[in-house]
Design a protein around this ligand. Structure first.
Ligand SMILES: [Zn+2]
Length: 240
């Protein structure tokens, strides 16, 4: 029995030698060694041309706003939309662009339908938020748009205003503020929303802009009666 053990051990040694040499040779070389090879083996997985195009660059890093774990407290006026308002940081928000609807009445669903059916926008409502004026939705009530919930770009600042569509939070206040004043209740809802967003995303009052000041098509939006200075002052106070 002992005599047969010698060729058996010899066979094991041969097999082990085979795997040591060919097993290593058949596995892909470490990445750092590849450039040293003079003739890359054709058809080897490690050297095959990648049939996929270069991937698209990653989206911009989220804004350096306050951490997600430290969301500012919501004022009473926004408690009703808590679950829709608080989003994870997946998009960099750098400014807030305010609009008026231009008509006497309306709400998010109505504008959403118009933006889909008339403008042909796949993602519907171009604003991230709509603040009601009592005609179509309650005065000062904040409606959260689908683009905000999905953290999508807006479609509110004009086709040429890429920065403000991509990184501006679009808020539409229902009404025509070229013709009438903003009601106090409507203003309160808007102010609370803008102040919360400014805190959450570290947006300074100077970055609260009327549609008319962002690059794009000329417009009177949000109207000569829109209290922009007051809004900036109030938000500045809230940020202190
Ligand atoms: Zn506008």
């Amino acid at each position: 029995m002992k005599r047969r053990a010698v060729p058996f051990r010899f066979a094991i040694a041969i097999i082990a030698f085979y795997f040591l040499v060919y097993g290593l040779a058949l596995s892909p070389p470490p990445a750092g060694l590849r450039p040293r090879l003079r003739r890359p083996p054709q058809g080897h997985p490690g050297f095959r041309a990648d049939p996929h195009p270069e991937p698209e660059p990653l989206p911009p890093e989220p804004s350096p706003g306050i951490p997600y774990s430290q969301i500012p407290a919501l004022p009473a006026s926004l408690q009703g939309v808590l679950g829709q308002l608080v989003r994870p940081e997946t998009r960099e928000w750098r400014s807030i662009v305010v609009h008026h609807s231009g008509g006497a009445s309306g709400n998010a669903a109505e504008f959403d339908r118009m933006h889909r059916e008339v403008n042909g926008w796949e993602h519907g409502l171009g604003y991230h938020f709509v603040v009601g004026n009592g005609a179509g939705s309650p005065a000062g009530f904040v409606e959260v748009g689908g683009r905000w919930i999905a953290q999508l770009h807006g479609a509110h600042a004009g086709a040429k205003a890429t920065e403000y569509n991509q990184h501006g939070i679009g808020i539409c206040v229902v009404g025509n503020y070229e013709e009438v004043e903003v009601h106090e209740t409507v203003y309160s809802g808007l102010r609370d929303l803008v102040a919360w967003l400014a805190k959450r995303y570290s947006i300074s009052p100077a970055r609260i802009l009327p549609h008319s000041e962002v690059r794009g098509e000329p417009t009177d939006c949000p109207g000569k009666n829109f209290p922009l200075d007051r809004l900036r002052d109030d938000v500045g106070e809230a940020l202190k």
